[in-house]
Design a protein around this ligand. Structure first.
Ligand code: F0G
Length: 401
């Protein structure tokens, strides 16, 4: 059994109510389970493959989900970068290895399954790119129409390509993501589409499984969990999930939740640094990491709780630091990620260099999306291929052999 509960005033709503914010106070909702009733047999989870659906007892979907085999992503030991930073226990959970190349697939398998379970006949989202790519694919899989709103000119090529190819109705607005989200929210309320941004409490349930998998892969709770923060849904989701594991008695402590933002778009970092409870939105967010180019993160209230309650922190990294780490992950570790994803590891580099983290910590950085999502930013950073005549002599001289 589960219900929807306001994260602010604790008002409760029936689980089949189509509602995204509290009628009483306007804050966001979360799914609350009767954890005492849930019979979770740890051994049974261990027998199932690593995937979102390994943990189905604490997910809201009943019956067969709409799935593309999401989750079960690799947890890589960052040996070289860890050695450089003096962090022997540094890991990256590569969410770019999901079906559409980002962690959003964990949310969408649950979100689109819930859309169908609730009898909704169309779905929509605003997106900096990955959410739209993922929703388009899962809507196609579920056979329901999908509308996505994008900030014009600010979405990486691979993501737009995915949304188009999976058959979404793709609309670019002359405005930023924050405005697109307001618009799609209004559209969904007025025209009955099912909203699948991270204001949707069911979608975030799928994303909490990143934390479950990392604990299962390490065989223990990491000391620190590091995520890039845009709308702040993912960091909130991972924290919520780990608290559920704690309530079930499956873990006995929580990691320090650590959020990393881009310097040109860092309202959560400022709220943590200045000890604010209410976020001051950034009206003109700007960063090369377009996925997290968000000035008014809607899940900030939850993220601030997650960071503060676990003794975590938040830090900002510059575009240069992000791109440098994107290259280092690719060249030193063989791990290809998009710029926003490199932000989490760039943040750890910064915190380690400042001396603000303990070198013995076991750290999991979530790298959220695949390198191929944003080929244009890659090509801009790298030398183009050397074009030569088609003969061995030219090849040898190009290779200086
Ligand atoms: N990393 C990537 C690659 C993302 O696409 C996003 C968010 C984040 C990190 C931040 O996650 O919003 O939960 O804090 N992308 C959204 C989108 C906004 O529309 O694809 P968050």
């Amino acid at each position: 059994m589960y219900r929807l509960v306001c994260v602010h005033c604790a008002a409760t709503y029936a689980p089949d109510q189509i509602i995204y914010t509290c009628n009483r106070c306007g804050h966001l909702l979360a799914v609350e389970y009767d954890l005492d009733d849930i019979e979770v047999f740890r051994g049974e989870w261990d027998r199932r493959p690593l995937s979102v659906w390994r943990y189905r007892e604490i997910l809201p979907v009943r019956g067969e989900p709409i799935s593309l085999q999401e989750g079960g992503t690799p947890l890589y030991h960052l040996k070289e970068i860890g050695r450089e930073l003096g962090l022997p226990e540094l890991y990256a959970k590569h969410e770019g290895m999901n079906p559409t190349g980002s962690f959003k697939d964990r949310g969408m398998t649950v979100g689109v399954s819930m859309a169908c379970q609730l009898g909704m006949t169309s779905v929509a989202c605003a997106s900096t790119g990955n959410t739209s790519a993922s929703l388009a694919a899962y809507a196609a899989r579920g056979g329901i129409p999908c509308v996505v709103l994008l900030p014009a000119g600010k979405v990486a090529l691979g993501k737009v390509a995915q949304a188009l190819m999976h058959g979404a109705r793709v609309i670019s607005i002359r405005g930023n993501f924050d405005r697109a989200l307001e618009m799609v929210h209004e559209l969904c309320i007025s025209h009955g589409l099912y909203l699948l941004n991270s204001v949707n409490p069911y979608r975030l349930e799928g994303q909490k499984t990143i934390g479950f998998e990392a604990v299962d892969q390490l065989g223990d709770v990491p000391d620190r969990f590091v995520l890039p923060v845009g709308n702040a849904g993912n960091i909130s989701a991972v924290y919520k999930g780990l608290r559920e594991l704690e309530a079930l008695g499956l873990i006995d402590r929580l990691p320090m939740m650590t959020g990393i933002q881009a310097a040109g778009s860092q309202p959560v970092v400022k709220a943590i640094e200045e000890n604010l409870n209410v976020l001051i939105p950034e009206p003109e967010p700007e960063t090369v990491a377009t996925a997290i180019r968000i000035g008014a993160p809607v899940n900030a209230e939850k993220a601030l709780v997650a960071i503060r309650a676990t003794g975590g922190t938040a830090a900002a990294v510059t575009d240069d630091e992000i791109l440098c780490m994107q290259r280092d992950l690719a060249r030193m570790e063989g791990i290809g990620v998009e710029p926003a994803s490199a932000a989490s590891v760039a943040g750890i580099r910064k915190l380690a260099e400042e001396g603000s983290i303990d070198r013995d910590e076991r750290i999991v950085c979530v790298v959220t999306g695949h390198l191929l999502k944003d080929p244009e930013t890659v090509v801009r950073q790298c030398e183009p291929p050397l074009e030569i005549d088609a003969d061995l002599h030219s090849l040898l001289s190009a290779l200086r052999l």
